[in-house]
Write a protein that binds this ligand. Structure first.
Ligand code: HQG
Length: 203
């Protein structure tokens, strides 16, 4: 009696998982071409990092990546970190942050909160405490507004640790801060005197 219901629930669950995986794949593909290597599919971005959606779909299709406008829009709208934005006219798309390409996101420098957080891996600490935080492969150092998010960022690199940044003090002393469209805080670099290891990481 209950079998049909249960099997349809399983099917729905499978379909949900398939759609989720498809969206993740599209998000990874978009991150790669919109942040790092548009030329890998023959795409050009403008100075502010925007790609024409028509062009993006054509270039992707030539490389065998089947993608349509509806899927693109869904990924922009449902992305877990709101990684992408559409232009007001809906014809262009760009990554909100995370670029290695030299694009000008035209973000306005604003006053940061008192503290911001940077998640990293324990194995980087020695070098970070010597040199300070640098953008490495990206345009900016990425900072989070809360500890939990920073911890997740750190986990991507290994055993996570979190640095608490004296953001307001840095700003008072002339360092600029930007907040991307998806709430990631960005700055050019952070000298060691402005950060501390979070207490629960010290052990
Ligand atoms: C480390 C994800 C040694 C730095 C996240 C980090 C983020 C140093 C790594 C976004 C150093 C760079 C960016 C120094 C910095 N010596 N290591 N002097 N200075 N580092 O991936 O901040 O999912 O380029 O601590 O959520 O980890 O892609 O930067 O560990 O917002 O949307 O060098 O990527 O977003 O690593 O992550 P990354 P990140 P998405």
């Amino acid at each position: 009696m209950f079998f049909p219901i249960r099997s349809s629930a399983i099917l729905a669950q499978k379909e949900y998982c398939r759609m989720k995986t498809d969206k993740e794949k599209i998000s990874k593909f978009l991150s790669y071409v919109l942040r790092h290597k548009p030329e890998s599919i023959g795409l050009k971005l403008d100075l502010n990092g925007w790609a024409q959606i028509d062009e993006l779909l054509q270039c992707a299709s030539k490389k065998g990546k089947k993608l349509n406008r509806k899927q693109l829009r869904e990924v922009v709208e449902t992305n877990d970190k709101q990684r992408f934005s559409l232009s007001e006219d809906g014809h262009r798309i760009r990554a909100n942050q995370g670029h290695s390409l030299k694009v000008d996101l035209a973000l306005e420098a604003i006053e940061p909160p008192e503290k911001l957080y940077h998640g990293t891996a324990k194995r980087f600490l020695e070098s970070i405490f010597k040199q300070g935080l640098h953008p490495r492969g990206r345009l900016h150092v990425h900072l989070s507004k809360d500890l939990k998010t920073a911890m997740k960022v750190g986990q991507r690199h290994g055993k996570p640790v979190v640095l608490e940044i004296e953001a307001r003090q840095m700003n008072i002393e002339g360092y600029k801060f930007y907040c991307s469209a998806n709430g990631v805080w960005l700055t050019d670099s952070v000298p060691p005197k402005y950060f501390n290891l979070q207490l629960n990481d010290k052990g």
